[in-house]
Design a binder for this molecule. Structure first.
Ligand code: GTP
Length: 368
């Protein structure tokens, strides 16, 4: 089977992490999100993949090339302006087979795609939409069905008095290519708001594939952190990257024996961790992390080459590449972009977001 992955969104809710990095490339356990996704697809026999992209497409192409290094065939359909979810698929029409998967490129799931394809064929659907239950459906697209899983209604971001089900559109579809005829070429068009409701109105067979599979979109800092917690605690079937509270240490790291590290913790390559440091999982340190003495890092994710002075405390923080936190910085629920320097003794309270600065001159790195 073939899959088209939508990766052209701006990822505004995940800024400042996505200022320089497309959402689909943010690291998950030190590996780009899409890399995990390609493994998952390959597990269902999907290795012919079209990426529909626009915003920040270059880092994706540079990393994956034609896909052969990753055992997949990759085709890029690049939009000159954002075409919306359905418009992006229309833009890639020339690359697509008679039926194919469409998947939002910011969703981590272990949904059984093989069973979904089987369902699609047996029901002779022209569109099958995966559904997933959520606690608060008001922020999502809600889908009502008959007891036979035929879709009867779409409701985008309903108010609580309109909520009749907790099953929402999981951003994973199987489409027969004929539906692309209904999408106007060259304009922004949405599956959720336009194509699907129009097909329903026209009496076409649209089916829903309900599932209790793990499902997490990484669209916000909170969800990005939660995905890491779930992955590191081995809670996602098919992604058993760790067993229990493992501490995984990369190559060429220097770690003082006088530290306290409580898993789950993932430490990249070439990291230095000095005396008195406490790392309390779930924590991921990217390659080249440096921690001065007596730092405390808890439930946080640090990308590559992040440097902490001494006595820095981070709780539930996300720190992008090449940032520097000087001595005695204390931050909680804070998101820092690339190349940010936080001066000594700064206190960053919950919800602080700091945008990236221009890259520092690597020959003169900032002082700790
Ligand atoms: P926010 O700005 O935070 O809402 O993020 P987003 O627009 O990147 O993501 P959203 O959840 O709205 O979109 C779901 C998926 O569709 C994501 O994987 C996006 O990358 C993708 N997407 C959204 N709009 C477009 C588009 O115009 N073109 C393409 N190719 N993909 C899109």
């Amino acid at each position: 089977m073939q899959a088209l992955i939508l990766v052209g969104g701006e990822g505004t809710r995940l800024r400042p992490l996505t200022c320089n990095m497309p959402k689909s490339m943010v690291p998950v356990l030190n590996t780009p999100f899409l890399d995990h996704f390609f493994h998952y697809l390959a597990g269902h026999g999907v290795n012919n993949i079209v990426l529909a992209m626009g915003h920040l497409s270059r880092p994706i192409e540079e990393y994956f090339g034609d896909g052969s290094r990753f055992g997949i065939k990759l085709t890029y359909a690049v939009e000159s302006q954002p075409m919306g979810t359905a418009g992006a698929v229309k833009n890639a029409e020339r690359f697509l087979e008679s039926s194919f998967l469409v998947i939002n490129g910011d969703i981590f799931t272990d949904l059984d795609l093989t069973a979904m394809l089987d369902f699609h064929e047996k029901r002779r659907a022209i569109v099958t939409i995966a559904l997933t239950p959520v606690e608060d459906p008001t922020a999502y697209g809600l889908i009502e069905t008959t007891s036979g899983d035929k879709i009867t209604r779409f409701l985008e971001k309903p108010s609580w008095d309109q909520v009749t089900t907790n099953m929402i559109n999981a951003g994973t579809y199987i489409l027969n290519k004929e539906v692309l005829k209904r999408i106007p070429a060259g304009v922004n068009h949405s599956f959720e708001r336009q194509l699907f409701p129009q097909l329903l109105e026209a009496g076409e067979p649209l089916f829903a594939f309900p599932s209790n599979a793990y499902w997490m979109d990484i669209g916000t800092p909170e969800k990005y952190l939660k995905l890491h917690r779930d992955l590191m605690r081995g809670e996602i079937k098919g992604y058993q990257v760790v067993q229990g509270n493992v501490v995984k240490i990369g190559q060429n790291c220097t770690i003082s024996p006088e530290t306290e590290i409580i898993g789950p913790v993932f430490i990249g390559n070439n990291c230095v961790i000095n005396r008195g440091v406490k790392i309390l999982g779930s924590v991921v340190l990217g390659d080249g992390a440096y921690m001065g003495e007596d730092c405390i890092v808890e439930s946080s994710i640090l990308w590559s080459n992040v440097r902490l002075g001494s006595k820095v405390t981070l709780r539930e923080c996300l720190v992008a590449n090449d940032s520097l936190l000087e001595n005695n910085v204390n931050a909680e629920k804070t998101v820092l972009g690339d190349h940010v320097t936080v001066s000594r003794y700064s206190k960053l309270g919950a919800g602080t977001l700091i945008w990236p600065t221009a890259p520092a001159n690597p020959a003169t790195p900032g002082k700790l």
